[in-house]
Design a protein around this ligand. Structure first.
Ligand code: MG
Ligand code: ZN
Length: 540
């Protein structure tokens, strides 16, 4: 009879245990396991523009808002970190420091380097295989969900291949060619023919019935009806919550002409029984309900895309609501996955937007307070030299009732003679807790000559644009810059700074949760292309 120490099996196990103790569980002759053989599904949740700073806003709100709405001050980020792991992702594209959503989503979807504004093609301009196409080859079901629109860069990069992200007419056709089983978002404007009156197909009649004929506007430059094309491919169409709930099989759900409601609007209408547009959480529930029954499993990408839009506009109150929308959606995904060990959940961002942060300032320095500690015995009361930010700001941000974008939409439709500083001040102060003065409103409405304007050129380029006091080159979306100026007007009151109206190169988080040790490889400093490669590998 062999002694225990001479048993080669026991020896190997002892050695393995020793290596485990040293921090890496590798049995001799065997590579570290990178995935569990049971992995069936991948849910990838992308917060567009959701850098560590944006995640930080959610966490600050959860922990510090005096009247925070999150139960037990807990977030979905806390939850995923209980079972999951954290990695750090560099999002740069080929030959540039900063990325956009098209190249970033292309890199995440394919594992290949791309370039800014390219969609579903690599850095040389060649078509890449994306994870949706790969999943289909493997017999898996696929889904794309976004709270922007389905032809927008992030969802589009998971199914389309175009030389520019703006080619949304062609992107819609690409989406049908790739044909994910479920597509839920907004943007039917890109799916309906230019000449709307001439089209009396069943799909158009159904859309007219759901949305009102007068509200339809086509963004197409041809007369293709891609809704009917989708029906011919076996898709059921859904234009409202009711139709979505009853649609079986493959579903194309388009719930608004150009974009889903923003986070503030979504929150305000959530309990309205007549609401027709699903929330991001509801779309997530619908896609999982449909795909979870598929025997080979599925890949789904869910985008919280308006985090980016709020951040471009430097609209901190809206950003908070977008982060709460993301939180609610991830909570749903975590609940769904709680009893499963066959699903990899990946939560990341394509990049950070705006260079956001709370910051201390010389404005509104709070009065001295007396601290009971012995260090202050016989000394002057405690008074920091600057204002480190009052957590009450978080409650006041939450109380914002209209996004900056919607505020200016309302302002812009006023008759020209009423577009005055007084009107702007009244509008802003009625819908936000961070009030502006008349002179601040005046500054926001100050214009200067647009350097891009040329006499006789396309009339879409405005002659005058909002005057940006500093770094105007980082605010290239001129017509919307008044929103950024409004943010600057309330910055010190909010204890908030925004560095830019565009994206930054900040590395972003990657949270993963999955069975066994399969998430170990994701808990590193990775480039976005490596994340894409790991995702595809996990699926295979
Ligand atoms: Mg996006
Ligand atoms: Zn962006």
């Amino acid at each position: 009879m062999q002694s225990a120490t001479r048993n080669p099996f026991v020896n190997r196990m002892t050695l393995a245990a020793l290596i485990c103790l040293l921090g890496s569980c590798v049995t001799p002759g065997e590579q570290a396991k990178t995935k569990s053989p049971q992995i069936k599904n991948i849910i990838m949740l992308i917060g567009d523009g959701m850098g560590p700073q944006q995640v930080g806003l959610l966490l600050s709100y959860a922990r510090q808002a005096p009247h925070g709405v999150l139960s037990e001050r807990n977030t979905a980020v806390d939850r995923i970190m209980q079972r999951g792991r954290l990695g750090i992702v560099l999002p740069h594209p080929a030959d540039s420091l900063v990325t956009d959503s098209a190249s970033a989503a292309t890199q995440l979807a394919s594992g290949q380097f791309s370039r800014p504004e390219l969609l579903g093609v690599d850095q040389h301009g060649d078509r890449v295989v994306n994870i949706v196409e790969r999943a289909k080859q493997l017999g898996k079901a696929t889904g794309l969900v976004s709270d922007t629109r389905i032809t927008h860069a992030t969802p589009a990069a998971f199914a389309a291949h175009q030389s520019h992200r703006s080619q949304e007419n062609d992107i819609a056709e690409d989406l049908l060619a790739t044909a994910p089983d479920v597509m839920l978002s907004a943007g039917y404007g890109y799916w309906i023919p230019k000449d709307l009156q001439a089209d009396h197909s069943a799909s158009m009649e159904s859309l007219r019935q759901a949305n009102g004929a007068d509200k339809l506007e086509s963004k197409r430059t041809d007369n293709k009806n891609l809704l009917s094309a989708a029906e011919r491919q076996g898709y059921r169409l859904a234009f409202n919550r009711e139709q979505l709930a009853s649609a079986q099989g493959k579903v194309l759900g388009l719930f608004a002409p150009l974009e889903m409601p923003d986070g503030i609007m979504e929150k305000q209408t959530k309990d309205d029984p007549t609401r027709t547009i699903p929330t991001l959480r509801e779309m997530t529930a619908e896609v999982l309900k449909r795909l979870e029954t598929r025997p080979q499993g599925f890949f789904v990408m869910i985008e919280a895309g308006q985090i980016d839009w709020a951040s471009h506009h430097n609209d901190t109150g809206l950003l908070l609501h977008e982060m709460l929308k993301f939180n609610e959606t991830l909570n749903y995904v975590l609940d769904w996955a709680a009893q499963r060990d066959d699903t990899l959940i990946m939560v990341t961002a394509d990049h950070e937007t705006g260079g956001f942060g709370f910051s201390y300032s010389s404005a509104n320095i709070p009065p001295a307070i007396s601290l009971p500690g012995k260090a202050f015995a016989g000394k002057a009361p405690y008074r920091p030299k600057v204002n480190y930010g009052n957590p009450e700001v978080l409650d006041r941000l939450y109380a914002q009732r209209l996004s900056y974008h919607e505020l200016f939409k309302r302002f812009n439709v006023l008759p020209k003679e009423r577009q005055t500083p007084d009107e702007l001040m009244t509008l802003v102060n009625a819908h936000t807790e961070f009030k502006i003065s008349r002179s601040q409103a005046e500054t926001i409405l100050t214009t200067e000559a647009n350097p891009l304007y040329r006499e006789g050129q396309a009339d879409k380029i405005a002659k005058l644009i909002p005057k940006m006091p500093v770094n105007s080159a980082f605010f290239p979306y001129a017509p919307d810059n008044r929103e950024n100026l409004l943010a600057q007007a309330v910055a010190s009151d909010q204890s908030v700074v925004w560095a830019s109206g565009t994206h930054t190169s900040t590395p972003v988080y990657l949270f993963t949760q999955g069975p066994g040790d399969m998430t170990v490889d994701f808990a590193k400093v990775l480039h976005q292309t490596q994340v894409g490669q790991l995702a595809i590998k996990a699926l295979e």
